[in-house]
Design a binder for this molecule. Structure first.
Ligand code: GDG
Length: 484
């Protein structure tokens, strides 16, 4: 029996585990406030969480002194439980900022120049993964479906096995998985692979990520056997079967499509054009991160203005950068680089009444976000490497006027699904990206509409609900309660 069927007949409890809980906790004076922070994953999982008496475990994003449990208990509107895993400042510094973000994040994004390894950070990562596993064991009964998310928690499966948990364990990796050449640079690479093989079902974003993982397993464990059928492979490792699949994550198409037609979003979109006084607007929108290729994008935009002077005074770039990891030196350095680049390019090309780059370092609210998606004629989404990139899909779902052109990096996971409608670029190719930007600018209304129709069809068809169903219905045959 598959997991979804079994949830209908005899609901299993769904236990979702991620580094962060989907909540935001703030303190003003003596007053604490908590609100749920809805994201794609929350929206996608909510119906299943409700019907499956779900529990979501993660770090609430605040210090252990915060009265987290009381605050979480006040979030009654959710219909499922949130459970906090408390982490100290030292844990966050070593496990999260250290091993997860200085070792795994750059390595998995093929950016070895940013990679470093520190044994104490690794040991903290092991300890924190064990702490997550301990909390999972406390919250999950025998009849639970445990679904762990992302690169911060690669070892939770093994830690659960060490605690005697025998039931089905699933894992989804939101970021890319590297080739063996890269992965082997990690001094603890064997340990990480061995731990990952304790999950029963591992999901990746793309076929390439899954292939890379299989190549790593061939290197690590040549004796393991594998059979493949369509999108899935079964790996036979030390007497156990592990299911590997790829499941490109997506967004709630309907939510973006509906909200984009709201009058407030239409007004915001109109206002952006009024405010930025340019015939056409290109949009970049990213978390501050060196994987997102923002400096390269600025340089490509500058090259386009040099190569195609008719763009000067006509096409502006709105770049929204969401503050992130600013207490890490490297991210601060990236911010300084962006400040300088935007300043230099603006001083070269600005004219009275027209500015080439509108660079905003802040988070937008939902209406503003959709106003930007709906109002900008071009989305310039050029990560050096990205697991999927939801911004690309959100842009298409919000293009209710079919006027926009998506210029997308071929190294974003989304490129495979969106290749037919987008203009794909290599973000390291500054000239090529400048040419694509120009091609987008001069593209006829008819061609824009044709491409956007393809893109929206793809995002609508493969939305995030389908992603959840897909993953859960691929769960291996149920083990019985004793895990056999
Ligand atoms: C990781 C992987 C993978 C952005 N700016 C604002 C805002 N956002 C929201 C977007 C989007 C999300 O943030 C960003 O998602 P991405 O997918 O682009 O990137 P990561 O944060 O790096 O996510 C990635 C993803 O996991 C899912 O598996 O696709 O590859 O790196 O949803 O809408 N939201 C608001 N204001 C903003 O200014 N409200």
């Amino acid at each position: 029996m598959q997991i979804l069927d079994s949830m209908d007949a005899n609901p299993k409890k769904l236990v979702v585990v991620s580094n962060r809980l989907p909540v935001a906790i703030h303190r003003e004076g003596d007053e604490w406030t908590i609100r749920s922070s809805p994201g794609g994953l929350v929206t996608a999982l909510a119906p299943t969480m409700r019907s499956a008496r779900g529990v979501w475990l993660g770090w609430p994003g605040c210090s252990p002194e915060t009265p987290t449990d009381q605050l979480l208990a006040t979030l009654t509107e959710l219909d499922y439980q949130l459970q906090a895993v408390d982490l100290s400042e030292d844990d966050i510094s070593r496990y999260y900022r250290g091993f997860a973000n200085r070792s795994l994040w750059p390595l998995f994004h093929d950016l070895l120049g940013h990679f470093s390894f520190n044994t104490d950070d690794w040991l903290a990562y092991v300890r924190v993964n064990q702490r997550f596993a301990q909390r999972v064991r406390e919250c999950a009964g025998h009849n639970s479906f445990i679904w762990v998310h992302d690169y911060q928690l690669l070892l939770v499966g093994r830690a659960l096995r060490e605690l005697g948990v025998t039931q089905h364990l699933a894992f989804f990796l939101h970021i890319p998985f590297p080739s063996p050449d890269l992965f082997r640079r990690l001094p603890v690479s064997r340990d990480v692979l061995e731990a990952m093989l304790q999950y029963d079902h591992i999901g990746f974003q793309t076929a390439q990520d899954k292939r890379n993982f299989i190549q790593c397993i061939k290197w690590f464990s040549p004796a393991s056997r594998r059979t493949s059928f369509r999108r899935q492979s079964i790996l036979r490792h030390e007497g156990r079967d592990i299911k590997l699949g790829y499941y490109p994550i997506s967004i709630d198409f309907k939510e973006f499509n509906d909200l984009a037609q709201d009058q407030r979003v239409a007004d915001a979109s109109w206002y952006i054009h009024e405010n930025f006084a340019s015939e056409a607007l290109a949009l970049g929108l990213d978390r501050l991160d060196y994987t997102k290729g923002i400096p390269e994008r600025f340089l490509a935009f500058e090259r386009a203005l040099d190569k195609y002077p008719e763009l000067v005074g006509k096409l502006s770039l709105i770049q929204v950068v969401i503050p992130s990891r600013l207490n890490v030196e490297e991210y601060q350095a990236l911010k300084n680089e962006l400040d300088q680049l935007a300043g230099r390019i603006n001083s070269r090309f600005s004219q009275q009444g027209w500015t080439p780059i509108h660079y905003q370092f802040r988070e937008l609210d939902r209406e503003q976000l959709l106003g930007h998606y709906r109002g900008c004629e071009i989305a310039l989404i050029t990560p050096l490497r990205d697991g999927m990139n939801l911004v690309a899909k959100e842009y298409c779902a919000s293009q209710v006027d079919f006027r926009g052109v998506l210029v997308l990096s071929e190294f974003a996971g989304a490129a495979r699904q969106l290749a037919k409608g987008a203009l794909l670029v290599n973000p390291y190719d500054i000239d090529g990206t400048a040419d694509a930007l120009y091609a987008a600018y001069i593209m006829s209304a008819e061609e824009r509409r044709r491409r956007m129709r393809i893109l929206r069809h793809e995002v609508r068809r493969n939305d995030v609900r389908r992603w959840v169903q897909w993953f859960l219905s691929d769960a291996p045959l149920d083990k019985d309660e004793s895990g056999n």
